[in-house]
Design a protein around this ligand. Structure first.
Ligand code: PLP
Length: 448
């Protein structure tokens, strides 16, 4: 059929019949046909507009249809769409040079991938080769991707379906101060970082551990920010035992938290940094593993055992170069910081009026609100990993927001608030007013 024959109904029908959707029982999928987008908004075929307070999968940092990114794709397409990873090519070289400039510490060499999972796969394999050690410490509240190794690093319940998975992953608790697994004594060994890691290493044998892998700020699993000092404490323990620190900033990197990289907030640099998503807003799939110091030195006279047909894809890298330029020209890291302060102040005001809002936390445009039935006991609105009927309260709140034109998503009882970095002050106000109504529903129906 011709393009004009693809009505919303026809798209929906073909999608239902033939597209396998991520993390879903296919018979339950009713995907909404989308016709277009611009900036912080997307719309359906009937012209209903939605404020994208997710940036899709927290990747669309420059928003929908940024003209500078579209121009970069067209320009590179006219020049050279593809050349094998064995050749040197301008967009690839330029983006790698930019990564060296922007990333913290002495990170300076990049392997480009097609997304976040592949970046983490390569980071872990390389850490094992560099150290000659087998094990990796990862955290429970984490998501590192869906490929075999990355899903084994992941703590989130999506790992369960891939188990037993790849061996050698040891898990530690998260510095989740609102629901600390250690009961949060003062000082708290888990939320301080180092003492908890040190105890795990005592039982695992530090000489068997290649790397600790952390999301600098936990994204998907509930917007968990480490307390000040946490990262430095983990870094110190790693250094003392010759263990590499891998920071996964696939979601938190590239301005999302109001700094170029989330670890910049605490002045801690990893040995290996993984990025994707905001690296080029995903207009063309791209991820990266960037290494420095000991790892970069090692690579000079050892084999790098990794490769991808699309490593350093010119269209993707050209979009990455353009994305960095646009972020600088449009001051988007500053905008993330300023709009984030506005959002944080608005959420504090909502928290004062809505008993269902148990906790709000965030920096830049990386905020979460945690909903509770009772603020004193902190009983969550829905149980951990609730599905189906058990998750109905959260699903209803997300639908109520969508009916009001605000696109949100959740993990357990946490609503994630992660708009594009181009979001305006008016759009933040609009989202806050919809959240006010949605929290009103939560107060009335579920909170004490
Ligand atoms: N790491 C983090 C922190 C993520 O949030 C994600 C995706 O959500 C990934 C890794 C996996 O990235 P991808 O889906 O591009 O493989």
């Amino acid at each position: 059929p011709a393009r004009e024959d693809w009505t919303a109904e026809r798209i929906a029908a073909a999608d239902r019949a033939h597209v396998i959707h991520s993390w879903s029982v296919q018979g339950n999928v009713h995907a909404r046909p989308v016709a277009g987008g611009s900036g912080s908004w997307f719309w359906d075929h009937d012209g209903r507009r939605y404020l994208d307070f997710q940036s899709q999968l927290v990747n669309l940092n420059l928003g929908h249809q940024h003209p500078g990114l579209i121009a970069a794709i067209k320009e590179q397409a006219d020049r050279l769409c593809y050349i094998g990873p064995g050749f040197a090519e301008q967009s690839r070289a330029e983006l790698a040079e930019l990564m060296a400039e922007l990333t913290p510490g002495d990170l300076g060499m990049t392997f480009f991938t097609t997304g976040g999972a592949a970046a983490n796969e390569n980071a872990v394999r390389l850490a094992r080769h560099v150290t000659g050690r087998p094990k990796i410490v990862a955290r429970y509240r984490s998501y590192h991707g869906a490929t075999a190794g990355a899903i084994s690093l992941t703590g989130d319940p999506r790992r369960w379906a891939a188990e037993p998975g790849t061996p050698g992953v040891v898990r530690m608790f998260d510095p989740y101060t609102y629901r600390c697994p250690a009961g949060h004594p003062d000082p708290c060994p888990v939320c301080t970082g180092g003492p908890h890691l040190e105890e795990i290493l005592q039982y695992e044998g530090p000489a068997t551990v290649a790397a600790v892998v952390l999301e600098t700020v936990t994204g998907t699993n509930g917007l968990i920010y480490p307390p000040d000092g946490y990262l430095a404490s983990i870094r110190e323990v790693c250094d003392r035992h010759g263990i590499l620190l891998i920071l996964d900033e696939v979601m938190a990197g590239f301005g999302r938290t109001g700094a170029w990289f989330a670890c910049d907030h605490w002045d801690v640099a990893p040995d290996i940094l993984t990025t994707a998503k905001g690296l080029n807003s995903g207009y063309v799939p791209l991820g990266a593993m960037t290494v420095g110091g000991r790892v970069a030195d090692w690579l000079q006279d050892h084999m790098f055992w990794g490769g991808l047909t699309y490593s350093g894809h010119p269209l993707a890298c050209a979009t990455g170069v353009a994305s960095v330029r646009i972020m600088r020209e449009e001051n988007l890291v500053e905008n993330a910081r300023e709009r984030g302060e506005q959002l944080g102040a608005g959420l504090a005001e909502l928290a004062a009026r809505h008993p269902s809002l148990g906790d709000h936390r965030g920096r830049g445009l990386f905020h979460g609100i945690e909903l509770v039935r009772d603020r004193d006991t902190r009983e969550p609105l829905v149980p951990f990993n609730a599905k189906g009927e058990a998750n109905r309260p959260m699903a209803e709140l997300i639908s109520a927001a969508l009916e009001r034109g605000l696109y949100l998503s959740s993990f357990s009882s946490v609503l994630r608030l992660t708009p594009p970095l181009v979001v305006t002050a008016d759009e933040i106000d609009l989202a806050l007013s919809v959240l006010d109504e949605v929290l009103g529903i939560a107060d009335t129906h579920y909170a004490a």
